[in-house]
Design a protein around this ligand. Structure first.
Ligand code: HEC
Length: 205
């Protein structure tokens, strides 16, 4: 064996042995430290964004076992209790405004002015209006959402609450918590709810 090859193998073996002796918790701690060290605070983008709350921390455990049914139900219950519904009781706003919000991806980045409203960037993950042909598929299609589900008070409440805090209905959802994290305002949440449920919205034609 050439000395260089031997040295490389030796280092690789040392890394493997190192990994083998670290517990999952220690590895997770080291990974977080590397992540923290590679980010810098700029503008409104602060390092506290790397702090996970309890549901995020629980959903990030990767020990090969899914969370128990009880743990998932407890997360959903705790998140549901955090949803704030509009005090005027109205859950549907203007679907035209909702479409603009769904189309807009600005907000919360270091280069954005925090005084300006953020967008929902919904099309990054969902098909919504048939008029928009470019969309992501991380989330399910929402085309015909109101046509399929109806426009009852219960459905309005579900839709508003789902966008406010998706983890209230799906504990480890990848969808951002738009209301809970103050990304969208109450008015904007009503507008995107209308985009999905208003019978006049192109989504439901
Ligand atoms: C980063 C990707 C992502 C973004 C951005 C996103 N979503 Fe989602 N959404 C998901 C995923 C994944 C699901 C499926 C898992 C779940 O139910 O939480 C979902 C589920 C939903 C559902 C439930 C669908 C059903 O059949 O009940 C609704 C409603 C929804 N999203 C609306 C929105 C709206 C409105 C926006 C923009 C304000 C948005 N989403 C932005 C990823 C995303």
């Amino acid at each position: 064996m050439k000395p260089l090859t031997g040295a490389i193998l030796g280092v690789a073996a040392a890394i493997l042995v190192g990994c083998a002796t670290l517990s999952d918790a220690e590895l997770a701690k080291q990974a977080t430290e590397v992540l923290r060290a590679s980010f810098k605070e700029r503008g409104q983008a602060k390092l506290d964004r790397l702090n996970q709350d309890s549901p995020q921390a629980q959903c990030s455990i990767d020990d090969g076992k899914p969370l128990s049914k009880e743990a998932l139900a407890a997360i959903e219950k705790s998140q549901f209790e955090l949803i704030k519904y509009p005090t005027d009781g109205k859950l549907l706003g203007d679907w035209r405004e909702g479409e603009k919000i769904a189309q807009t991806g600005v907000g919360k980045q270091f280069s954005d002015n925090p005084a300006n409203p953020s967008g929902g960037n919904c099309y990054a993950c969902h098909q919504i209006s048939p008029r928009e042909i470019s969309y992501g598929t991380i989330g399910p299609t929402l085309l015909g959402f109101g046509k399929l589900r109806g426009n009852s008070e219960a459905i309005q409440k579900y839709t508003y609450g789902k966008v406010y805090n998706p983890q209230a209905y799906s504990a480890c959802s990848n969808m951002p918590r738009f209301g809970h994290n103050g990304i969208l305002t109450e008015k904007q949440l009503k507008d995107v709810t209308a985009l999905l449920l208003d019978p006049a919205s192109p989504v439901n034609q």
